[in-house]
Design a protein around this ligand. Sequence first.
Ligand SMILES: NC(=O)c1ccc[n+]([C@@H]2O[C@H](COP(=O)([O-])OP(=O)(O)OC[C@H]3O[C@@H](n4cnc5c(N)ncnc54)[C@H](O)[C@@H]3O)[C@@H](O)[C@H]2O)c1
Length: 380
Amino acid sequence: MEIRKIVVIGAGTMGHGIAEVAALSGYQVYLVDVAWDFLNKAKEKIQESLNKLAEKGAIKNPQEVLNRITLSVDYSVARDADFAIEAVPEKFEIKKKVFESLDSVLPPHAIMATNTSSIPITDLAEVTKRREKFIGMHFFNPPVLMKLVEVIPGKYTSEETINVTVELAKRMGKVPVRLSKDIPGFVGNRILLRLAQEACREVESGEATIEEVDAAARNLLKLPMGVFELSDYIGLDVMYDLWTVIVSRGATDVPCKMYKARVDAKELGVKSGKGFYSYPAPGKFVKPQVPNTTKVDPARLISLAVNEATWFIENGIVDAKGVDDVMIYGYNFPKGLTKMAEELGVKRIYDHLMDIYKKGYEAYKPTKLLEEIALGKRSF
Ligand SMILES: NC(=O)c1ccc[n+]([C@@H]2O[C@H](COP(=O)([O-])OP(=O)(O)OC[C@H]3O[C@@H](n4cnc5c(N)ncnc54)[C@H](O)[C@@H]3O)[C@@H](O)[C@H]2O)c1
């Protein structure tokens, strides 16, 4: 199936970026929102971003790219689109209405993709009459810069729909990571949650301070941001929602009060000027100071995330390369999580997991696969 025209629904943070990426890749794009105000703001942002790309020499003619995007408040523009990407707010009722409207407008061959971070793909597919042509296509923020796209089939998604979506992501210059099925939080957000849970456990059990944890992440693991720093950057309300949704959909929890306490105090991170760290003004990010040395063992800090990675592999959700691609292209890790684990020593990680598990933290129970790798019987 050849894709020529793409409709993007929702012109906010993600939608305007996805529309820009699609236009940059040569597609005709319809960008739909509920009011012209949102569309005009989106156009300004796209224009700004295209001008930057032109200054860097990445593109020649920003106007030509912009001309490929048609703005509209009317869904009927989608009548000749081949592929739809929805990026409206993370509320089932809003998305349901969007897909019902799209379903009646799109031609029968068109595929529908959702950029949802946490709503089950199958539940959304069920509001349409084209369940086999419905899929999750999870871009990372900002879509123009982040290369990762998680491709998530629901219960009914056809193989053809998966292949077309993977191919589209590649043509958009992205690195698609195909999950075998929908799991809450997909791969990236689930690993992020596991990192945040261990970071929180270390601080709340008195093993380390916030700054020491982040020093280990930045100085020893060489991550672009500390775990608490990244949480502040993403928004503590967003992190808390993500945490709650993933756990409510079945992942074993780790007790942690710090995130909720800050959300209750309206300390939401960078956007409110204060979170785990303080910032000069709301929305103004300045890199927090962390000590040069730290007593935090990086193998302990990633232990729960690595255990989660082996759970994905064990359950056939993604393979080790998939896990590594997600963390490199979605979170700018300098190397894959499984590579980091190998370098730090899987036995060392296993020992940390057992130590914490024995203290009563059920989530840390090592998977069979992790145990076998630690014993040298298998590799990732
Ligand atoms: N922001 C992120 O970092 C991020 C990353 C990955 C995925 N997501 C997911 O992407 C989706 C969009 O998130 P966002 O951060 O871009 O939200 P946003 O609030 O920035 O943008 C949503 C846009 O949708 C528009 N909208 C609302 N109802 C609509 C309707 N019925 N028809 C058309 N447009 C409508 C709004 O006016 C707004 O412009 C969510 O599902 C979110 O979970 C967000």
